[in-house]
Design a protein around this ligand. Structure first.
Ligand SMILES: NC(=O)c1ccc[n+]([C@@H]2O[C@H](COP(=O)([O-])OP(=O)(O)OC[C@H]3O[C@@H](n4cnc5c(N)ncnc54)[C@H](O)[C@@H]3O)[C@@H](O)[C@H]2O)c1
Ligand SMILES: [Fe+2]
Length: 406
């Protein structure tokens, strides 16, 4: 049996290789349209690219509340034919993606426009990849498994959280194996995107809060990652500053366009940061809470984030202190230790303000060993976390979130 301390050396070496490969790949970002009304500009851009037949991938709720109508009207005016696939649900499954793919083929679409939260954008990314690749979705799981360039994909996020419009990732649920896995490939980055805060004014406070905490988690996990770079640091710090300044307003006053637009920008920036620097234990565990208990992604992250920061603090105190500074928490001559504590306390205070619980209601003790296994195998190979935990530590960490542990 290899001691954990030796395994850690392997993980570190693998992540060192990852860091250099991401430097060499130099991920592209989508052609970006930003500001209230920019989703219509993106429609004009799509028409100007000569797209004749578009598959719109979205969820039924957004169709119901009429969010797509202005974009559909503009596409019609511009002579772009489209069909709408609205079968995506939160935490999209392989089956939902295959159904969308079947519609794309039946209708002969040549490009895809995702309109929605991370679930719709991720589903659209995988439909785009499947449209040009013969292999099954499960065989795309992991790093760089998409062989051929996907179908052209455009994205309009309607939540400010996942940053999926700029990331290399798509997260897919496989209910048959209780697994939620990530497909990570630079080919998945959409070629165009619009950050249109006006589409987010109807997002209910609880979803605004949870998705905003997802964006904060991306920024923080990227900033404390050992695979950070000067560029990811800039984006992560700016995202953190924007979130701290705008998320409470966006939750309280959903109609505040300025707060919505700033949150859309923050989510994008956090996406830019983590697509290169990676995330960490918060995401590795949250993916399993999503797969086992359908806990919304942002909510799971929000619950786990302060706990992971407590655990990681001994190995990233100066970085947490810098996050505190950009969050406006530095008042005088506090030590780095004090600032790091203030940042973690601020995350807890935001959760409390948003009514986010500290435990996971549906978590069952008997699932914990399996969840810990899955979370560690995701985190240890893919994420350059500042401080490692072994299996017993991880199990005890997760046990702290059992409802009766409150
Ligand atoms: N690809 C990535 O890089 C990445 C990163 C983080 C998370 N994810 C994945 O993204 C998914 C979560 O996405 P999400 O948090 O954006 O939520 P979501 O897409 O699942 O949407 C959540 C709910 O919000 C509703 N909604 C969305 N926009 C709305 C609006 N403007 N007005 C009213 N209601 C609206 C939806 O109908 C849905 O019911 C998860 O599967 C997660 O694993 C992906
Ligand atoms: Fe996330």
């Amino acid at each position: 049996m290899i001691p954990f301390s030796i395994k850690v050396l392997f993980f570190r070496f693998f992540q060192f290789l990852l860091k250099w490969s991401t430097k060499l790949l130099n991920f592209r970002t989508p052609e970006l349209f930003s500001g209230p009304g920019s989703s219509l500009k993106l429609c004009e851009h799509i028409a100007a690219q000569g797209v004749q037949s578009l598959l719109i991938v979205t969820d039924a709720m957004l169709v119901k509340i009429g969010l797509l109508q202005p974009m559909q009207d503009r596409l019609k005016q511009l002579g772009v034919n489209f069909v709408v696939y609205d079968g995506v649900l939160p935490n999209p499954t392989i089956e939902q993606i295959e159904t969308g793919l079947a519609m794309l083929r039946k209708e002969g679409c040549t490009a895809i426009l995702a309109i929605g939260g991370g679930s719709s954008i991720d589903a659209a990314k995988v439909i785009a990849a499947r449209a040009k690749n013969p292999h099954k979705i499960v065989h795309m799981a992991g790093l760089m498994r998409v062989i051929f360039k996907p179908m052209p994909l455009y994205a309009v996020p309607t939540t400010a959280g996942t940053g999926s419009e700029v990331t290399i990732a798509a997260v897919v649920s496989d209910p048959s194996t209780t697994r939620k896995f990530a497909i990570m490939d630079p080919k998945l980055v959409p070629i165009g995107a619009a950050l249109d805060g006006a589409l987010m004014t109807g997002l209910p406070p609880a979803i605004t809060a949870a998705t905003g905490m997802d964006a904060l988690t991306h920024a923080v996990e990227a900033y404390i990652s050992r695979n950070h770079t000067p560029a990811t640091d800039r984006e992560a710090l700016e995202a953190t500053r924007l979130i701290m300044q705008n998320l409470p307003t966006a939750v309280k006053d959903g109609q505040n366009i300025e707060a919505r637009q700033n949150m859309a920008l923050a989510s994008f920036k956090a996406g830019v940061a983590f697509t290169t620097a990676g995330v960490g234990y918060v995401h590795a565990i949250a993916h399993n809470f999503g797969a086992y208990y359908h806990v919304p992604h942002g909510l799971a992250n929000a619950i786990i984030l302060p706990r992971v920061l407590d655990f990681s603090k001994p190995d990233c105190t100066p970085r947490l202190a810098r996050l505190a500074e950009v969050s406006g928490l530095k008042k005088g001559n506090e030590s780095e230790e004090q600032l790091a504590d203030a940042f973690i306390a601020k995350v807890r205070a935001l959760n409390a303000e948003f009514g986010i619980p500290t435990q996971v209601d549906k978590l069952r003790a008997q699932d914990i060993p399996e969840i810990a296994d899955k979370a560690l195998s995701e985190a240890h190979w893919f994420y350059a976390v500042p401080r490692y935990m072994d299996k017993p530590e991880c199990e005890s960490f997760i046990r702290g979130m059992l409802p009766q542990a409150a």
